[in-house]
Design a protein around this ligand. Structure first.
Ligand SMILES: *Cc1c(COP(=O)(O)O)cnc(C)c1O
Length: 377
């Protein structure tokens, strides 16, 4: 296969989905897959087949979800900047819930639903001001972030909700950030949600969505292949005090698909300057932008030199005309040569879905590892 390419291990994906499903089922939790993590149709079909709902952040994501087996009643829709056609489409498709992020948007949803002569099911996205203790670019629940609304604003909407004749206000939504490894953060979220629910008296509403954000182990992708779903749901269950008729929803992206994907890229050149050695590879930030965007770490191995002593340090860089087009400044590798194949691990989430054709580069193709069970289907 021509490099660079993404490779998805569908056996690992299935194992991950089964684990998440089993752990969520213990508490009757409903999990929606956050499509923006990876919208590859092959993955989407596996995920919808496994019984997950979908979490969408655009109208086109809703279309893609419907096309790939997700049922309208399993789809939820968030986004700080929904356009009129997206709201209209969501209402027409009769999705489960829209997450409203401002008072003005609430007015607009009501107006559009009225025009369509429909009821829109809506939850308010609250900004709980809980620190996700993750990278600042993927923190979303602090009061200075653009997402959601304050409890005060939500309270005003709750008090006047019966004036909005075309909205059925069904509950609350939260999402505080991504790549969260510290369970203490989810405990803090659950406790804050309890306080907010008391204040808004929202426990009688049927819907409560705690968002996504569970992290994966980028440092040890071969050892920790499956995220800590057990600890995550257990923590929420321990601390959350929902109303007795509330269904608890989650929107997991990275933790469901992150470890099942890898990016394969070939070394084009090696060169040494006064300060460092470079390995120049054929995959760039257009295929995997996380290191350039957030300084994110991805584990990199040289497939052709497995078993050889890891005795060199390279900056592994792509071909794109940007200094930030780098996969790691000091990557420990065996002595690496032109033609060697490198694998960049943990590329299942936010790699293919963030790919671009910058510098007019081809987007990488995809290869799939399937297990026997899948082959039979
Ligand atoms: C991105 C996003 C998610 C998924 O986040 P992960 O960290 O990938 O689990 C969930 N909900 C909303 C609203 C999002 O924007």
């Amino acid at each position: 296969m021509q490099t660079p390419f993404y490779q998805y291990d569908l056996a690992l994906l299935n194992e991950t989905l089964d684990t998440a499903h089993a752990q969520a089922a213990k508490y009757g939790y409903m999990v929606h897959y956050a499509i923006k993590a990876n919208a590859n149709p092959t993955l989407l079909k596996v995920i919808s087949d496994a019984g997950f709902g979908a979490d969408c952040v655009s109208g086109n994501e809703i279309k893609t979800a419907l096309k790939n087996g997700f049922k309208p009643q399993s789809i939820v829709f968030a986004g700080v900047g929904k356009t009129d056609w997206e709201i209209e489409y969501a209402i027409e498709q009769n999705i489960h819930c829209m997450h409203c992020e401002s008072t003005q948007e609430f007015h607009v949803i009501n107006h559009i639903a009225k025009k369509l002569n429909k009821m829109a099911r809506v939850a308010l996205r609250i900004n709980p001001n809980v620190n996700a203790k993750t990278h600042k670019s993927i923190t979303t629940g602090l009061k200075e972030n653009k997402f959601g609304m304050s409890v005060e604003e939500a309270s005003l909407i709750f008090n006047s909700a019966n004036k909005y004749k075309n909205i059925s206000l069904i509950g609350l939504h939260f999402h505080i950030g991504s790549q969260i490894m510290n369970m203490e953060v989810f405990k803090n979220l659950a406790r804050e949600v309890n306080r907010i629910q008391e204040r808004l008296q929202s426990k009688a509403h049927p819907y409560l969505n705690l968002g996504g954000g569970l992290g994966i182990d980028y440092n040890n992708p071969m050892i920790n292949r499956i995220a800590d779903f057990e600890g995550y749901f257990k923590t929420i269950n321990l601390w959350l005090k929902p109303g007795k008729d509330q269904t608890i929803h989650f929107e997991l992206g990275r933790s469901l698909v992150g470890q099942c994907g890898q990016l394969y890229t070939r070394v084009l050149y090696t060169k040494t300057t006064k300060t460092r050695s470079f390995a120049v590879v054929d995959g760039g930030m257009n295929a995997l932008i996380r290191p350039a965007l957030y300084g994110a770490y991805h584990c990199i191995e040289n497939i052709n030199k497995i078993g050889q002593p890891v005795n060199q340090t390279y900056e592994v860089v792509g071909p794109i005309c940007e200094t930030t087009d780098s996969f790691g400044e000091a990557v420990s590798l065996p002595t690496t040569e032109r033609g060697d194949l490198l694998v960049i691990h943990s590329c299942g989430a936010y790699a293919e879905s963030m790919a671009s054709d910058y510098n007019l580069r081809e987007r990488p193709q995809c290869a799939f590892i399937r297990n026997f069970e899948l082959e039979k289907k």
